[in-house]
Design a protein around this ligand. Structure first.
Ligand code: ZN
Length: 105
């Protein structure tokens, strides 16, 4: 599960909002962090990696730069973020953050 606000190099709102000046920069950081995580999963012995873009509309990755070994879920499903999640050995919450307005987060 990959969100955008906590990704390496993200430090301003304009990097995570689709209509803002620095959004493309944010997408590059997001894609790079996802690829690094995928690499780590396979290096650690994973045989299957499923990556879900969980930021906003779920269409933030730069698709032609993503690691082709992983499977990807895009868009926002109406009910579950990842179906059959109980069948996975683990879940990584990459780039996640506390809810907006949470004190001390
Ligand atoms: Zn987000």
């Amino acid at each position: 599960m990959v969100d955008m606000e906590g990704i390496s190099g993200i430090l301003r709102k304009s990097q995570v909002m689709g209509n803002e000046a620095h959004y493309q920069e944010g997408r590059r950081y997001l894609t790079a962090d996802a690829n690094a995580c995928i690499e780590g999963c396979f290096a650690g012995g994973a045989t299957k990696v499923v990556v879900r873009d969980a930021h906003c509309t779920g269409y933030n990755f730069i698709w032609d730069q993503l690691d082709p070994r992983a499977e990807y879920v895009q868009g926002m499903p109406p009910i579950e973020r990842i179906s059959d999640i109980d069948s996975f050995d683990g879940v990584i919450l990459l780039g996640y953050h506390a809810m907006a307005g949470t004190g001390g987060a």
